[in-house]
Design a protein around this ligand. Sequence first.
Ligand SMILES: [Fe+2]
Ligand SMILES: [Fe+2]
Length: 271
Amino acid sequence: MDDEHPHPHTDHHHHHHGDPTTMTMSDRADAAEEAAMHELEELVATKSSLFHLADGEVKVDTSQAAWAKNPKARFLMGADPRLPQMPEKPTLVDYFRCRFASTNHLLQSATHALKGGHPEKVVMACLLHDIAVVGFIRCDHGYWGAQMIEPYVEQEVSWAIRMHQALRFFPDESVGYGYPEMYVKLFGPDYKPEPYIVAEYERARKHKWYMTSRLITVNDIYSFDPNAKVNLDDFVDIIGRNFKQPKEGLGWDNSPSAHMWRTLMWPTRFL
Ligand SMILES: [Fe+2]
Ligand SMILES: [Fe+2]
């Protein structure tokens, strides 16, 4: 790799402005001018209100506020250049590679299920069970994840992912699943799931696909092994057989959850 230009796609952001404390007046004026000029070229990435809520603020990004800083600001309505570039017609594998912040847990769970000799739909459910955590929204992640994949997988797979949200809080001795010790540490010994989770668990317990969802919790590996050799390539064929990749690209199709994939692809669009 050429040492002079280690990041050819991002170095346009890194003009040298110098340390303001050691700059002369004219240096500073030049730097300010350069920054202003630079801003003209730049598109403003907008944070959704949900992102502000996560910072503890009830707030909305407005065009007025951005224009107060730069009257010529324009707003991103497409790809955010700070993020890995997605192909024109993305596949589920592209989201794994470019948008999911960590895939080790998913790959370890799926590998565990595969080694346990479970059917492919169980392996697939394990592979996708936490995509909402690593790529979208953490709270109620079983529901978000299930909704995102629902149009593209067997109903049993998305049902299992939806229900693992509740099942993980309840033991099942018949398969050796106990309440995770990690949860005592994470939520305290007195934590009790919300009533809607208890009700969901009771419905799932009686359902014909109960065991598919239960197997997600059984294969959900908490003790991450940093040395485990897991590779997405090992699952590309399973994804091919169990995920209906839309020909337009995942997000550009007309499915009921396509907008969720588009949001993940271009999360800072103004509208
Ligand atoms: Fe989960
Ligand atoms: Fe998990």
